[in-house]
Design a protein around this ligand. Structure first.
Ligand code: UDP
Length: 355
């Protein structure tokens, strides 16, 4: 299939692009590089430097490349920032997603895979969480994602849009060959922060030790980024116009913050200094998903289920890329492909189809 991947220069998007290409699909990445990295874009994909809000441009690209389906990753992801700057989240995550859907509708593209989040559940009613459980987000980030889910449900009814919503729990790890991985600026996620502390000999802070969990720290459900990427390809290949599906992507087992720190110590062979701090606002005590539905309906199986492999792949990435992605000295021709001249557009097409 010819697939447009928004946010394909980001952490999860870049791994999904690799999995799509390895599975024989053709990919056009659309990313504004506000958070993504040009170096993370697979050289086998075409690249469009743009935001999803530009309906005319997206219509043009869909037609130019004969796009048949879209995977939508481009979004802001910081819960704390969403509380202090909610309009940014409603604009970028919700409004821009609606613009993208409008462009798809104009072009008659009816296959859409959407990156959603466990944050749509808020404080869950029970554990493990089922897809049918109540959506009750407790922050603007979760609400912005839930609003896109609702827009998709309506677009399915009104226009026959086919969609699959994938609700991520905690995503971690890197490609096993350590060529692509996690590089957020600033980094807020637990595993990269622990590994940074291990590398630099600094301390990692535990946000809250008084939760109602076995050791007082928050429990989360960690999935390897390559397993998550595989789930996207399965979702895409099983999508039908006019039908909507939603799947949790978790592992059904939870790890406390202290357990993750211990796993990192085992993998790195280093003692990690820990500081106990207060709770972080908006953190539920336990978030663990049931992934029964996607296993049964799509045959999803995790290739890297154990925590130590997840951490080992992340460690290999961070130690081989201590500064994250480093800008290539020579600017690639990617940027030039978007200089609006017809010749460059043609070059983009040729590169894409390998002609
Ligand atoms: N956490 C922590 N110290 C950190 C970063 C995160 O104790 O430096 C905790 C955080 O409070 C949460 C868990 O680790 O309970 C996972 O946090 P992360 O930000 O990685 O993912 P989230 O669950 O918020 O999506």
């Amino acid at each position: 299939m010819k697939v447009l991947v928004t946010g394909g220069a980001g952490y999860i998007g870049s791994h999904a692009v690799r999995e799509l290409l390895d599975s024989g699909h053709q990919v056009v990445v659309l990313d504004n590089l506000s958070k993504g990295h040009e170096e993370a874009i697979d050289k086998r994909a075409a690249f469009v430097l743009a935001s999803t809000e530009d309906v005319d441009l997206i219509v043009n690209k869909i037609k130019l490349h004969g796009i048949e389906a879209v995977m939508h990753f481009a979004a802001d992801i910081e819960v704390g920032e969403s509380v202090t700057d909610p309009f940014k989240y409603y604009q970028n995550n919700f409004s821009n997603a609606v613009s993208l859907l409008e462009a798809l509708n104009i072009c008659g593209v009816k296959k859409f895979v959407f990156s959603s989040t466990a944050a749509v559940y808020g404080n869950p009613e029970r554990t493990p969480i089922l897809e049918s459980d109540l959506r009750n987000p407790i922050n603007p980030y979760g609400r912005s994602k839930m609003m896109v889910e609702m827009a998709l449900e309506d677009a399915c009814k009104a226009y026959g849009m086919g969609y699959t919503i994938l609700r991520y729990f905690n995503v971690a790890g890197a490609s096993p060959d350590a060529t692509i991985g996690e590089d957020h600026q600033p980094e807020s996620h637990l595993i990269p922060k622990i590994l940074m502390a291990a590398r630099e000999g600094t301390a990692v802070k535990i946000f809250g030790t008084d939760y109602p969990t076995s050791d007082g720290t928050c429990v989360r459900d960690y999935v390897h980024v390559m397993d998550l990427a595989r789930a996207h390809v399965l979702a895409l290949e099983n999508l039908s116009p006019g039908k909507g599906e939603v799947f949790n992507l978790g592992s059904e087992s939870g790890f406390s913050v202290r357990e993750v720190i211990s796993a990192c110590e085992r993998v790195t062979g280093r003692k990690i200094t820990v500081e106990e701090g207060p709770r972080r606002a908006g953190d539920p005590a336990t978030l663990v998903a049931s992934s029964k539905k996607i296993r049964e309906q799509l045959g999803w199986e995790r290739k890297y289920p154990d925590m130590e492999t997840i951490v080992a792949h992340a460690w290999n990435w961070h130690t081989s890329h201590p500064e994250g992605y480093v800008k290539e000295t020579e600017k690639s021709h990617f940027i030039l492909t978007e200089m609006a001249s017809e010749e460059y557009r043609m070059a983009e097409t040729y590169r894409y189809f390998g002609e």
